[in-house]
Structures are given as C-alpha cells and as structure tokens.
Design a protein around this ligand. Sequence first.
Ligand SMILES: CC(C)(COP(=O)(O)OP(=O)(O)OC[C@H]1O[C@@H](n2cnc3c(N)ncnc32)[C@H](O)[C@@H]1OP(=O)(O)O)[C@@H](O)C(=O)NCCC(=O)NCCS
Length: 204
Amino acid sequence: MIEADVILFETERMYFRQFRAEDAQLLFELDSDPEVMRFISKGQPTPLNRIQNEFIPRFLEYYRQSPPQGFWAANLRRNHEFMGWFHLRPDRISPREMELGYRLKRSVWGRGLATEGARALLERALEEWGYARICARTLAGNLASRRVMEKVGLKFEAEFFYGENVLPGWTETERRAVKYSTQAKAPSQTIKVPGGSRAATLQL
Ligand SMILES: CC(C)(COP(=O)(O)OP(=O)(O)OC[C@H]1O[C@@H](n2cnc3c(N)ncnc32)[C@H](O)[C@@H]1OP(=O)(O)O)[C@@H](O)C(=O)NCCC(=O)NCCS
C-alpha cells in the first residue's frame, strides 16, 4: 500500500510534503547532476547508501519537532513532479538561528520556483511558527542562490569561510561563503495614549 503524502502547505505552483523512505531514488537522481552539486561537492554525486542510511533517517527524525523544522520535498501541483527540496533547520554554525536552504532539479531552474518556495517557508517560519531569526548560507560564487536570498528579503550579513571539516580538500578561497539573514518583526501592540481618547500602535 502506498501511503498518502503528508503535506505541510501549498503555494501557487507547488506543495511541500514530508519525505518517505521510498524517496531515496529521487534524492539520488537529484544529487547525481554535477550542475546541481557544483557548489555543494564540486559536482560529486551523493552515494545512494548515504541517502538511505543517513539522510532519510535524519529527515524523518525532524518531523517529530514542533514548530516544524526539517527537509521537505517540493512537488509541482500541476503534475505532482518531484522538483527537489527546501529545508529549515537549526543553523549548524549559530544553532539559535534557523537556516533556510534549497536544492532543485536543473530542469525546473529559472522559473522562480526556488523564490516561491523559499518565500513561503520564510513567511510561515516567521509569522506562524514563531521563529525569531532565519539565515541562509552559500558559497560566495553561488550567484543564483544568493539572488534567491535577496529576492525573498534576506539581507547580506557577513562573509565567512566554511571549515576544512565541512569541505575537506577545498582551498580556503574555494571555501569562501556568505551569510544572509532576517528576523521577525517585533509584535505590534495597541496601547492607550495616556490622557487621550485615541489608540496608538507602537512597535514594541
Ligand atoms: C539555487 C537554485 C535553488 C535556484 O533555483 P531557481 O528556481 O532557478 O531560482 P529562481 O528562478 O527562483 O531565482 C534564481 C535567480 O537567480 C538568478 N541567477 C541564476 N543564475 C545566475 C547566475 N549564474 N548569476 C547571477 N544570477 C543568476 C536568476 O536570474 C534569478 O534571478 P531573477 O529572478 O532576478 O532573474 C537552483 O539553482 C539550485 O537548485 N541549484 C543547485 C543547488 C544549490 O546550489 N543550492 C543552494 C546551495 S546553498
């Protein structure tokens, strides 16, 4: 029996759903495109056994968390095609922040889909799920990824270098990276102005 998809939310063109063990092959195909992996592993594919034994178990573990965090598959609403994934997880360098990320199949690039999915996830994270601070990181040369960050309203925060433990065998120049971030707006509250009859809204 094939289990029904567990859907987190929908956008205009896609839906976010939980991964299942059966998705290993789709992830393997995604990570087998050297262009997709260019700024992640210099084009090296991820072995299927790592996807099955490390990544998918980690993805499934995230779904126990509330408010939501983790990796979600993104499928096109039009034909249910698997496009890739988005993540929102504790940042590995500053774990009090949540890190936004995305990886899509080359066949769907350039149509605004990463922007659409990232924007929807960011809005929910800040406005519904109560996360205070969201960041995103990428290698400095990954201009498409940086552009998506800018388009969804993240602001450049800092340049940094991924450690050799993260990208073993890469030179320091190759490990140069950028961090973008944003934070939740302070909640607005309506208060009475002393001595007056009008209410004023202050950003607290
Ligand atoms: C990064 C990625 C998710 C973008 O997906 P996408 O659906 O094509 O993104 P969008 O269409 O929403 O936006 C891409 C933007 O980058 C721009 N862009 C693409 N390639 C670019 C390049 N080489 N230089 C400058 N800008 C570029 C596009 O023109 C577009 O901006 P615009 O709308 O102002 O024209 C996709 O390329 C991908 O999956 N890459 C491989 C995985 C990866 O690197 N993930 C990020 C790791 S941190």
